[in-house]
Design a protein around this ligand. Sequence first.
Ligand code: ADP
Ligand code: MG
Length: 479
Amino acid sequence: MPYEKYETVIGLEVHIQLATKSKAFCGDENKFAGSPNTQISPISLAHPGTLPRLNERQVVYAVRLGLALGCRINPLNRFDRKNYFYADLPKGYQITQQDEPICIGGAIAAVLLPDHTRTIRIHHIHMEEDAGKSTHDAYPDHTVVDLNRAGVPLLELVTEPDFRSAEEVDIFMNTIRQLVRYLEISDGNMEEGSMRCDCNISVRLKGSETFGNRCEIKNVNSMRFARRAIKYEVKRQIDLLESGGEVLQQTLNFDPVTGKTSPLRSKEDAHDYRYFPDPDLPPVALSEDFIDQIRQEQPPLPWALKQKFQEEYGLSEYDARLLTEHKNDALLFMECCTISSHYKPLANLFINKIKTYQKEHPNTTFTKEQLTEFVAFTTSNQINITVANQQLFPAMAAAPEQSVKSLAEAMNLFQSDDGDFLDGLITEVLAQFPDKVKAYKNGKKNLLQMFMGQVMRNAKGKADPKKLQDLLKKHLEKE
Ligand code: ADP
Ligand code: MG
């Protein structure tokens, strides 16, 4: 098979839209889905005489991301103009960082799969602004332009060509999304365009030391499209090489409808954009103190928490991964673990109950007191786990102001310690099935399960199974 002779090489340019209140260089509101052309001002419309002013939050967010990825923070970084003409770019240039980006180098230690740890090196991260949005298919004869997005702050994260498959790209993008949410710098929603990536793709014969010519697929805004686009493009390049052709360095568009890539333009070079330092913006000088302050305020990172959960709480990689998916869950779990050492039952509660419950009731919150009390009752067998999950859990979620104990009492869920209570139930059931009792005494010992089930049902989950089994055996021997 010719395909197996080749290795895929991919590098990404990831655009991350920052969740700042206002735009990168003016006070216009930065929010998604406002009515077209309502979040604009003379500055984002590029009226003559207007000047940009840097939004400090953009710098803080860039440093947060850079520190999380182990980048070197460039203490004197600078904005450049990237010149090109397009209707959704009123200034005629994009403010970006070409020569002196804010973050340099760094790596993401592991693409976080259990059996698969590849280090993806970061080339750099730079600050820039978004363009407006052109819509070509709303009217038959017109393109319409919405400038709400013009000037929205972005970070562009450029990786080295370290990916070897579409799956690795997928995992990396998920990891970056998780990271920007932990850092609270972006909502990371690909569907709303808050994260987009350009995929640079080439192929080479396995074992080859040099890279092949690459193509760049622009503006992929869903991971499903990214996987399809990469697979399509890899096959196209290999077919081309195998038939004696040559891959041309091109910029491509991926059409999700046809599932194919097509040339957008031949690859432009940096000099085509006439980059030069933006004379309207002074260089960005970052003091040690400024960077230190941000370093001290960094939230815990998902991979650090994951490692802690595995090492300190003895959880499996799988559990630790699920628990650290969202920062708030992970932090609450950790708080619970400071007052209870039932780590695994707590993990099960988070993974099996809380996650699914919050999907259906997104605004529910829990406290560490509630959750640890809940787990204390189930692990000590004071409340049957099935009953607790089915009845107590939803009641607890709906009434956060009440103590779990008082809820359980009101619902009468505590298992009965009372021997009389169980005796009564057992006598009742055995009287109901005299034939089965006889069969049991004649050796059909597996009928015990049937009796257990009947009594449990009548006890409405309030019987401790272990105790019941002992009592039941005694009764049957007496009969
Ligand atoms: P440019 O400045 O022209 O966009 P760069 O050298 O900065 O090009 O690379 C842009 C992206 O392309 C980076 O993510 C890089 O990892 C990736 N890349 C570079 N060469 C290759 C290649 N041969 N195959 C796949 N990706 C590549
Ligand atoms: Mg580029």
